[in-house]
Design a protein around this ligand. Sequence first.
Ligand SMILES: CC(=O)SCCNC(=O)CCNC(=O)[C@H](O)C(C)(C)COP(=O)(O)OP(=O)(O)OC[C@H]1O[C@@H](n2cnc3c(N)ncnc32)[C@H](O)[C@@H]1OP(=O)(O)O
Ligand SMILES: CC(C)C(=O)C(=O)O
Length: 569
Amino acid sequence: MLQQPHTKYRAFAPIGLKDRTWPDAVITRAPIWLSTDLRDGNQALVEPMDLERKMRMFETLVEIGFKEIEVGFPSASQTEFDFVRKLIEEDRIPDDVTIQVLTQAREHLIERTFESLQGAPRAIVHLYNAVAPVMRRVVLGLDEDGIVELAVTHAKMFKDQAARQPATQWTFQYSPEMFSGTDLAFSKRVVDAVTAVWAPTPERKCIVNLPSTVEHSTPNIFADMIEWMHRNLERRDAIVLCAHPHNDRGTGTAAAEFAVMAGADRLEGCLFGNGERTGNLDIVNVALNLYTQGVSPGLDFSHIDDIRATVEHCNQIPVHPRHPYVGDLVYTSFSGSHQDAIKKAFSARKDGDIWDIPYLPIDPKDVGRSYEAVIRVNSQSGKGGISYLLESEYGLELPRRLQIEFSQVVQQVMDVQGKELGAADLWNIFRDEYRMDGAQGLRHRVQSVEGEGDQALTVLRGELVWGGEAVAIEGRGNGPIDAFSRAVAEATGQPIRVMDYHQHAIGAGADARSVAYVEMRMGDSRTLYGVGIDADTTAAALKAIVSGMRRAAGDGAQQAQSPAAAETA
Ligand SMILES: CC(=O)SCCNC(=O)CCNC(=O)[C@H](O)C(C)(C)COP(=O)(O)OP(=O)(O)OC[C@H]1O[C@@H](n2cnc3c(N)ncnc32)[C@H](O)[C@@H]1OP(=O)(O)O
Ligand SMILES: CC(C)C(=O)C(=O)O
């Protein structure tokens, strides 16, 4: 790279529009959308679409809700021509959809283009020629007058060709190619000359399309250019003003949004930003940006993954995992503080609330994504993400201190493995850590109750396998947990102190079970949790204590393979 890039590259000159209004504009309704997937998108593919792919793309665009679709450049190849014929002859164009086709300003190409449209009920025919100084100089060898003459001559040909097919409802569109690299006064001069030929009216408008054929300025400059044209074009009330951004600087979306704020009525682009070089405007991006502002885009992306699959099939180009709204990773948080905020916001959210979930600008469900991928756990994650997955996939509502305890266990596994852990991995770690294997199965008998009123005591009898030995246990207390703790303390010589206790149901109906979380100490062990799950609430609680005992004993696996077994009640 150069130390002095100014010796090779020149900065784009500002427009100097002093009284611009676009920065204060707010977009309150969607622009008219034109999909050019089958034209600008297609001409950028390594392998342009065959008829099968073109038809599949067309049908998808119709399903999404596009009412204007540029279906090709019919004079470019037989495939392009045949596709337009197929659409017309097989009556594939819905009544509320208008196809558009592009042609260079060259006579034989225009003739072939109109030939391809014979029998079409409606069509937009799109004429372009380059207007930028570099193109005038190196490609066309024409001065400004020559370019105006070229445009006017071919605009007249459009009128003549259209007059030969009066049954079709024609709309004409003109693009001064490389508008973004052309001085505004000259762009206006050419466009005005073309519209003077076409003589559009407010009832029969033509379309003027202003492309950033190559994006080489910041989007505010493009917006100034659009606003200037919007204000200065002749016959503005008879023109649908359209912008056609590309994305060479990565700001195609911003340029499009600013263009609409600056007066554009219509946008041209492709799904997920396919198109020449870095792509055309990504229509999905702009449409869903509008949606997240509460503005209906008039396009339906409820099944965005199906649309992506079709686009990948047709274009034979994968969509990036970070692509806005559709990438595999765009609804996923790995980092702990994000996960914590998302989990809390989901818990606080009530039906009908305005969407206000941190780190998720759109509800993934609105585009057909599940919440499954929202939180994924790796070494950057914390307790929030871990407990979110256990809750969303396994119904466990871990108390806060248990979340903290278990996240340290997960962190140790993560430090060794260094890989992402899914919900099933976390569940396995949880079951191992809290000794929720078959040996935890508990049969017990509660003999209630000795005494009366305040003096009433629960009596629990059973058998506990501890240190490899089966020990008979018996305890009395002011409930099964208390009775069991006392019985166990007597049998093992180690007092058990229950500090906190939570219980909730998981599942429903016949499958409903109870999960108990007991925060406890055994002897002089540290405070720790035990967890038990059982169809019976008392059994779940007692299992939780056994779980804690085994953990306190180091690894209950040797000490208490069958820690508590008892007679069936
Ligand atoms: C920015 C855009 O996306 S514009 C759309 C671009 N899309 C495409 O080009 C895809 C389809 N294109 C094609 O299939 C072909 O390029 C065609 C059929 C249009 C033309 O093919 P060819 O006639 O072989 O020309 P080719 O593309 O090689 O070169 C362009 C020629 O057209 C000339 N040309 C370009 N625009 C114009 C114009 N408006 N009027 C007259 N001549 C023109 C160029 O000067 C060049 O002429 P030259 O051969 O005398 O030097
Ligand atoms: C033909 C025009 C609209 C074009 O594709 C461009 O300039 O990018």
